[in-house]
Each structure stands twice: as structure tokens, then as C-alpha cells.
Design a protein around this ligand. Structure first.
Ligand code: 8Y4
Length: 268
């Protein structure tokens, strides 16, 4: 389904978090049936991809053990893959999670560390599925402390070009790569605004651009709203991203985002 990453129209990627704060009783085990119902609602609302992730990469979050991440993600990938007609991306940086998820039906790897973890590049190359390479400065625990760039757009583009070269050297063709500036990952509000304003620059690299702005703190800073009141800001940001060339929009609120992406996509 995502064989070659080419998009005639922008596509909405719905976020399915399978961390202990979602679909669980607070413990280690999540309920795949509840996650599946959420995924089904996203597909009904027009999501073309469901992004399933078991590691929280929010600022300040700690690392997740590899077997715990597989225990969280695998039952949900299996349920969605067997029950729904939708492309699944797996949000992970870990080679064993990539292999297990693709074996269970995931069609894409979404790695916020751009395949920089040991073994990740070779694992992704061996699996032969498309990958999203995201830029992050630093590590989730500390990345928002004091992010610095010479020129955020040029610096992030240079990083992504280096990761594309590493992918090609490992056998992942450019036709299987999406690029993502990584909104919120080691960036100030000004950095995030500059990246959104100049997002079209990233399309000159010749690969589809993924934008993830949904509910993020930059939208809170620009609107003064808490995370649970950022729907309108998120939808507006998705529309702007499409106007500026984005092909994949990673969102929490699929139905509203699909409408916005359709309008922006019609005139982009
Ligand atoms: C409220 C809700 C506040 C969510 C912050 C957040 C991206 C991503 C994430 C992204 C790609 C997040 C896994 C962070 N963001 N993958 N993942 N691009 N490709 N924070 O922007 O959603 S998690």
C-alpha cells in the first residue's frame, strides 16, 4: 500500500498511542480491543495511515525497555492489521520492534531518531518498507533545555540529507523515504514557526514531507491554550503545512484534520 511513497493528495496519519496512559489500566498491559476501536474510528474518519507507538517521546519522558515496547505495540499492530484496511506505521527507534511490527503487518517505520540507533538502519533496510526520517536535536529527556541552530531550516535539512545518504548506503532507496523536520523535538517556538513557514524548502529534496504539529506546545504558545483546547490550532496548522507542501499530516483529531487537509490540498 505504501510501496513507493508517492501521494497525489495529502494523507492524514492518525496517532494511536499505546503507552500506559492510553488503553490501559495504568499498568504495563494495554487493551488491543480498545486500541482497535480507536483505529477503526480513525479509518472511518478518513485516515490513510495509523501510526502505532509504544514509546513516549514527549519532552522529559524516560526510555522504554525493548520487550515492554514489543508487548505494547505488537498486539495492536496484529489487531489493526488483521481487522482494518489501512496502512500501519510503527513509531519506534528499536530494531527488534521494527522487525516484529513489520512481521505483524506494519507497512512503514516512523523513527523520530531517523535510524540512528545501533542496528536500526540495517533492520529497516532488510525489511524493505518505507521509512520516515525525523529530525531531533538532543534526546527527549533534555532536548527542550536550550535548543540552538545556526539556521534552523538549513541545519535540519542538512541533517536529513545526511540521513538520506546513510539510508541509500544501507540499501533504502529515496523512493521509500519521507522527511520530517520534527516539530517540537529540540526546538523553540521561533524554530518551529520558521520550519512551518519554510516547510516547502524540504520538498526540494525530492521526497514527501511529513508534518506533526497536532496539539504541540508551539500551538499552545501561539494561542495561549492548554493541550486539550488545541483542536482548532492543530487543524489550522495542518492546513498551513499542506499549503506549504506537506504530504503526510500526523494528527490526533482525524475527522477535523481530513476536512482541513482536503480544503488546503485543493488549492495547494
Ligand atoms: C501533545 C500531544 C503535545 C502530543 C505533544 C505531543 C512526531 C512523531 C511524535 C512528529 C513524526 C507528540 C512519534 C510527540 N511527534 N513522529 N512522533 N513526527 N514523524 N507530542 O512530529 O506527538 S510524538
Amino acid at each position: 500500500m505504501l510501496g513507493a511513497l508517492e501521494f497525489e493528495r495529502p494523507v492524514v496519519m492518525g496517532i494511536l498511542n499505546v503507552t500506559p496512559d492510553s488503553f490501559s489500566d495504568g499498568g504495563r498491559f494495554i487493551d488491543p480491543a480498545r486500541a482497535l476501536a480507536e483505529a477503526a474510528a480513525m479509518v472511518e474518519a478518513g485516515a490513510g495511515i495509523v501510526d502505532i507507538g509504544g514509546e513516549s517521546t514527549r519532552p522529559g519522558a524516560g526510555a522504554v525497555d525493548e520487550s515492554a515496547e514489543i508487548d505494547r505495540v505488537l498486539p495492536v499492530v496484529e489487531a489493526v492489521s488483521s481487522q482494518l484496511d489501512v496502512a500501519i506505521s510503527v513509531d519506534t527507534s528499536k530494531p527488534d520492534v521494527m522487525r516484529a511490527a513489520v512481521a505483524a503487518g506494519a507497512a512503514m517505520i516512523n523513527d523520530v531518531r531517523a535510524l540512528r540507533e545501533p542496528g536500526a538502519l540495517d533492520a529497516a533496510a532488510g525489511l524493505g518498507v518505507p521509512v520516515c526520517l525525523m529530525h531531533m536535536q538532543g534526546e527527549p529527556r533534555t532536548m527542550q533545555a536550550d535548543p540552538q541552530y545556526e539556521d534552523v531550516v538549513l541545519d535540519v535539512m542538512a541533517f536529513l540529507e545526511e540521513r538520506v545518504a546513510a539510508c541509500e548506503a544501507a540499501g533504502i532507496p529515496r523512493t521509500s523515504i519521507a522527511l520530517d523536520p520534527g516539530f517540537g523535538f529540540g526546538k523553540t517556538v521561533a524554530h518551529n514557526v520558521a520550519l512551518l513557514k519554510n516547510l516547502r524548502q524540504f520538498t526540494t529534496l525530492g521526497m514527501p514531507v511529513l508534518a506533526g504539529l497536532s496539539r504541540k506546545s508551539t500551538l499552545g504558545a501561539l494561542t495561549g491554550r492548554p493541550v486539550d483546547e488545541r483542536l482548532a490550532a492543530s487543524v489550522a496548522a495542518a492546513a498551513v503545512a499542506v499549503m506549504n507542501g506537506a504530504s503526510i499530516l500526523r494528527v490526533h483529531d482525524v475527522a477535523a484534520s481530513v476536512d482541513a487537509v482536503r480544503i488546503a490540498g485543493a488549492v495547494a
